[in-house]
Design a protein around this ligand. Structure first.
Ligand code: AQP
Length: 331
């Protein structure tokens, strides 16, 4: 059985992009076909200026949402990254395998570093090194597949490079993983800026549909989505990115192909109404289950504790092997 690892970082409230690009497939497909681990990767939320209380709150909310969308702790392992020390233990060994040049080339380092500097903040060293921690998250489990949105491709490539390099230098230790992407909505775009991805840590909430937005908020955001100056509904990512994004969201939520769906609309207004309805329907059961689980924090904590214990057992032998292979004495 193949092994899958993926995660979400608690840098903000989870979004429709997270759901359509990642979570939904974890629930509907991945947890049934593989030995799968899904994590709230909280250490990755510390690379930019952060409020400790908010990270704690968002981590708990993300854990609750992972269960609310339908991850089943009987089928897969759900846990919080910082509860499993093997991730940071392996990360240092991989830092000794990575080169600073390959980390400085990472798009997210360049973009977020520039953002921090523009806000007059210093750039944390962890912003440069966190892709190595992400590689450790993946490699610790002998992961074959990493189901992610397209924005994470470069990071999974780094994990592959580090696995190959480590294996060549120190002997075969790691499986070389590959990224897999959903067929539709691999990249949901911001409704106000359809050339940027819908990211939970981005400033303007107006273009971001959060999983816990109520139906009125969803409708308002979708109805105000930026479209294009024309009037014709056609599926063209280059010429009409706003409309293309709405068509992709509709296809992902209600079925169909974006290009074919376009033919059924004579106006942007009608398209937006259908998109809003489809999104509201997709979110309804998730929100209902979230409310039930949020009222039973002890249950969610218990699932995370058991998940961490299981994850530790899975990771330890490989991380011990990496320690030995790289030249460290056993403890
Ligand atoms: N807009 C999106 N479309 C499709 N997939 C997406 N994912 C995220 N946004 C989209 C996928 O969701 C998984 C978890 O994402 P994450 O928590 O690593 O990142 P984020 O939600 O994009 O959060 P941030 O803080 O806003 O991230 P940055 O700043 O890195 O852009 C991943 O599989 C991701 O591909």
């Amino acid at each position: 059985m193949s092994r899958i690892f993926s995660g979400v970082k608690p840098t903000g409230h989870l979004t429709l992009g997270n759901y359509l690009g990642a979570l939904r497939r974890w629930v509907e497909v991945d947890q049934h076909r593989a030995d799968a681990l899904f994590s709230v990767v909280d250490l990755h939320a510390l690379t930019m200026e952060h409020d400790p209380a908010r990270v704690r709150r968002l981590s708990r909310q993300a854990a609750t949402l992972l269960l609310a969308v339908g991850l089943d702790p009987e089928r897969c392992t759900v846990f919080v990254q910082s509860h499993v020390g093997e991730h940071t233990r392996l990360s240092y060994l991989l830092e000794c395998t990575a080169m600073d040049g390959e980390l400085r080339r990472m798009i997210q380092y360049k973009e977020k570093g520039a953002q921090a500097r523009a806000a007059g903040q210093s750039v944390r060293l962890s912003l440069l090194t966190y892709p190595v921690l992400m590689a450790a998250d993946i490699l610790a489990y002998g992961t074959d597949e990493v189901p992610v949105g397209e924005d994470q491709t470069q990071h999974v490539e780094l994990a592959r490079d580090l696995a190959v390099r480590f294996n060549q230098r120190y002997g075969h230790t790691f499986t070389v993983p590959k990224a897999t992407h959903p067929t539709v909505a691999a990249r949901v775009m911001d409704l106000q800026d359809p050339t940027s991805k819908m990211g939970k840590s981005h400033d303007s909430g107006a273009g971001i549909v959060y999983l816990l937005d109520d139906p009125d908020q969803v409708r308002r955001k979708v109805m105000r989505a930026r479209t294009d100056s024309g009037t014709e509904v056609s599926y063209d990512r280059e010429a009409s990115p706003g409309v293309a994004n709405l068509l992709e969201v509709l296809a992902a939520c209600a079925g169909g192909e974006p290009g074919e769906l376009a033919g059924g609309y004579g106006s942007y207004g009608a398209l937006k109404r259908d998109v809003a309805d489809a999104v509201v329907e997709v979110l309804r059961p998730v929100q209902k289950r979230h409310a039930e689980l949020a009222a039973d924090g002890a249950y969610v904590d218990g699932v995370m504790r058991e998940g961490a214990a299981r994850a530790r057992e899975m990771a330890r032998p490989r991380v011990d092997a990496a320690h030995a292979a790289i030249g460290l004495l056993p403890g």
